[in-house]
Design a protein around this ligand. Structure first.
Ligand code: MGD
Ligand code: MGD
Ligand code: MO
Length: 679
């Protein structure tokens, strides 16, 4: 959520306080409060490491030696196997400046098409749907405070009470104002417990629910015909494909009661409602269509003339929004330009001073990039920055095998992550509090992180590393080791682009408590554009677009052998692949080891007791974790957090089925079974 916070250093050490910032307003979660444990952490990487042979041990070397080695290997591999044989894997936690520099580094210094990032696992479906329906992808088209002013909020696939706790205050305010909250989740999460209505659907059935709601709204004459006629295209077709629900459809597809869905639909169409999603609904092989399905409902709800709340997505990582705007994506250039659009290409090539045919085209998406290792046109070398992909990628066993077969793996990280352990070269990075840079939050608000702490001797800013490597590839003069100069270039390059940062400055960010993109020069004074779509959408004709979408089930349905739905997600006290939070004592005290949640009825049937170690397996792998019995989960569904390594790594089970539009993997459902260990 990118809460505002202040760090203080006195003779007693570090202390932290939550800032009264417009988004978190003095709130912060456990991860924020304990984050100072990561400053001066004894396990920080402090020197570049090289491993000269696979399976050998790491040797600390000088930066010069490490960088010379990496550059010479990149050059050798590219001259043997072609430019695209070197890949780059970025992260949504990197600052805007790093994301920009890394994308430029891939295209200009390495001249490879193959760069993608972990946002492919995170925001890709919501982004693709927003672009198609609205013409632009900004997490929320309104500032967070608008949540409190809605009549009803429909939250599908988000457990925000655990994943962005300080946002809960806006929902509390919503309810104080008489607003209602509806939550869609297969589990009765802390978030679902805040809701007026909880729709406890089967995993992977959100799209069926969306279409059912559209059908009900049409059937019961609830839709806003004027809004549809004046501000949208494509309604008829979407309505026709959504069809009419047959008796028993909702129960069959979603596992819930039809009357409940009718009531919710009426509630939503009555007032000024808001649809918000997160990964629960998006991380599916039909994630993009699911989001488009709910945007269809939001558009049919209309409410022309009032604030347009419509749909928004609750962004994930530290820079989940900005990280997807500046060119880490395989099909994208800075400012949310498209790499295959001839005009966009020409603009960027011009700024970068490279010829148009030198600028690579679209590369492989994250999953295909990793899969391509060892294939004829695949990558042979990979540089990761800001992702621990052997823990967080689907079908992790296979990914690990692929990674191990690379000719060269270079990892930039703060700690010896599970991915870094497999590297040939590890490059130690500075972390959040040790360097400045900007991030963009889910509201499209560009924020600045200031430097507050000294980095350990030996760690370098990623920007410095990018520039130093570019220099060794003969392109040093095109990169800058510092954030401010890099941001100045980013501003110039994004001028006139969809994500226009040209009016944003470090000074302006301080002055306005963050500035909203799009922010051309003339908007700089009032801090950028807070609310989008009030009069027009971002498509050339100003209209939003309905999309005909159809539910066809999941990539893998439960069967006799693997009879249960297996879904994954997060817990409050751990973050992502755990590289950082698994190193914080206070957090491990709360959530130190992996577990699986199952319903007591299922446990009774299988003679499983609370607290015992069980085996959960799918067609791809197995984990052995602690069983936690809870009636907060559907009896046909298992849930495991994905933060853990080894025997507890949930991604050993997940299926690498991809959404055909966004290339998002289906992290949120596959077929699995659970059994006692040792019987
Ligand atoms: N504590 C903590 N906070 C985090 C993170 C973290 O790792 N730890 N990560 C950050 C990041 S990068 C992200 S992307 C966000 C993610 O934030 P969320 O999306 O809120 O987190 P998840 O736990 O992945 O998924 C949310 C819910 O989806 C439900 N779900 C599973 N399958 C389905 C389904 O088919 N349909 C529906 N409707 N729901 C389903 C799960 O039961 C879960 O409760 O959190 C951010 N905040
Ligand atoms: N089964 C399952 N799998 C999932 C998900 C799920 O819900 N279920 N969610 C997916 C989602 S939404 C996400 S976002 C991914 C996240 O998973 P990952 O991509 O693995 O992200 P992190 O764990 O945040 O890894 C970031 C790494 O970069 C390091 N790091 C942090 N800051 C910096 C920096 O400034 N520079 C450098 N060089 N390194 C830095 C950290 O120490 C850490 O090792 O996981 C995905 N995987
Ligand atoms: Mo994410």
């Amino acid at each position: 959520m990118q809460c505002g916070m202040n760090l203080n250093h006195t003779h007693e050490g570090w202390s932290i306080e939550a800032r009264d910032f417009p988004t978190n307003r003095g709130g912060m979660c456990r991860k924020g409060w304990t984050s100072i444990a990561l400053l001066e952490h004894p396990e920080r990487l402090t020197a570049p490491l090289i491993r000269r042979e696979k399976g050998g041990s790491f040797e600390a070397v000088s930066w010069d030696e490490a960088l010379d080695f990496v550059a010479s290997r990149f050059i050798a591999i590219q001259s043997e196997q072609g430019r695209d044989s070197v890949g780059v894997f970025g992260g949504g936690g990197l600052t805007n400046e790093k994301a920009y520099a890394l994308g430029k580094f891939a295209r200009v210094a390495l001249k490879t098409a193959n760069i993608d990032y972990n946002g492919r696992y995170c925001m890709a479906s919501a982004a693709a749907a927003g672009l198609r329906a609205y013409g632009i992808d900004r997490g929320l088209p309104f500032p967070m405070q608008d949540i409190a002013g809605a009549d009803t909020v429909f939250l599908f696939g988000s457990n925000l009470a655990e994943t962005m706790p300080p946002i809960v205050q806006w929902f509390d305010e919503l309810k104080e104002n008489g607003g209602k909250l509806i939550v869609v989740d297969p589990r009765e999460t802390p978030t679902a417990r805040l809701a007026d209505v909880h729709l406890q659907i089967t995993p992977g059935s959100d799209l069926a629910l969306a279409n059912a709601m559209l059908s009900i709204a049409v059937e019961e004459n609830l839709i806003d015909e004027e809004f549809i006629a004046t501000r949208t295209n494509g309604f008829e077709c979407a309505r026709e494909v959504a069809g009419r629900i047959w008796n028993g459809y909702i129960e069959w597809a979603c596992g819930i009661d039809e009357e409940q869905v009718r009531e919710v639909t009426r509630m939503l169409f009555e007032g000024n409602s808001m649809f918000l999603s997160a990964r629960g609904a998006e991380q599916h092989a039909n994630g993009t269509e699911t989001v488009m399905g709910f945007i269809n409902v939001a558009l049919a709800m209309g409410k022309a003339g009032k604030t347009f709340n419509g749909y928004g997505t609750l962004t994930g990582q530290g820079n989940g929004q900005g990280g997807r705007e500046h060119g880490q994506k395989c099909d994208q250039l800075p400012g949310y330009r498209k790499i295959l659009d001839p005009i966009h290409r020409a603009e960027v090539a011009d700024h970068w001073g490279v010829s148009l045919d030198e600028l690579p085209g679209a590369g492989k998406n994250a999953v295909d990039l990793l899969n391509s290792i060892g294939e004829p046109d695949g990558i042979r070398a990979l540089w990761t920055m800001g992702s621990n992909l052997v823990i967080s990628s689907p079908n992790a066993n296979r990914v690990r095998q692929k990674i191990e077969s690379l000719d060269l793996l270079v990892v930039s990280d703060l700690f010896m992550s599970e991915t870094a352990q497999l590297a040939d070269v590890v490059l130690p990075s500075m972390q959040w509090a040790e360097e400045e840079g900007t991030m963009t939050n889910l509201e499209g608000r560009v924020l600045k992180r200031n430097r507050a702490a000294a980095a350990p001797e030996g760690a370098r800013s990623d920007l410095w590393t990018i520039q130093a490597l570019a220099e060794r590839l003969g392109q040093g003069d095109k990169f800058f080791p510092d954030a401010r100069t890099t941001f100045d270039e980013l501003r110039r390059v994004t001028k006139g682009a969809p994500a226009d940062y040209s009016g944003i400055s470090y000074e302006g960010i301080d002055q306005h408590d963050g500035m909203f993109w799009p922010c051309p020069d003339e908007q700089a004074e009032n801090g950028g554009t807070q609310r989008l779509f009030l009069d027009r959408f971002a498509h050339p004709d100003g209209r939003a677009v309905f999309h005909p979408v159809e539910w066809w089930g999941r990539a893998e349905e439960p069967d006799e052998q693997y009879p249960l739905f297996f879904t994954t997600g997060r817990t409050m006290a751990q973050y992502q692949s755990g590289t950082q939070t698994r190193r914080v004592k206070e957090l491990n005290a709360v959530a130190g080891r992996a577990w699986v949640e199952l319903h007591p009825d299922l446990a009774l049937e299988l003679n499983i007791e609370h607290g015992e170690i069980v085996r959960v397996s799918s067609r791809r792998g197995a984990i052995e974790v602690e069983a936690r019995l809870t009636d907060a989960i559907r009896p046909d569904t298992l849930f495991a957090p994905f933060h853990y390594a080894g025997q507890g790594c949930a991604n050993l089970l997940t299926i690498p089925a991809l959404d055909p539009i966004s290339k998002m993997p289906e992290f949120k459902v596959c077929a699995a079974k659970i059994e006692k260990v040792g019987v």
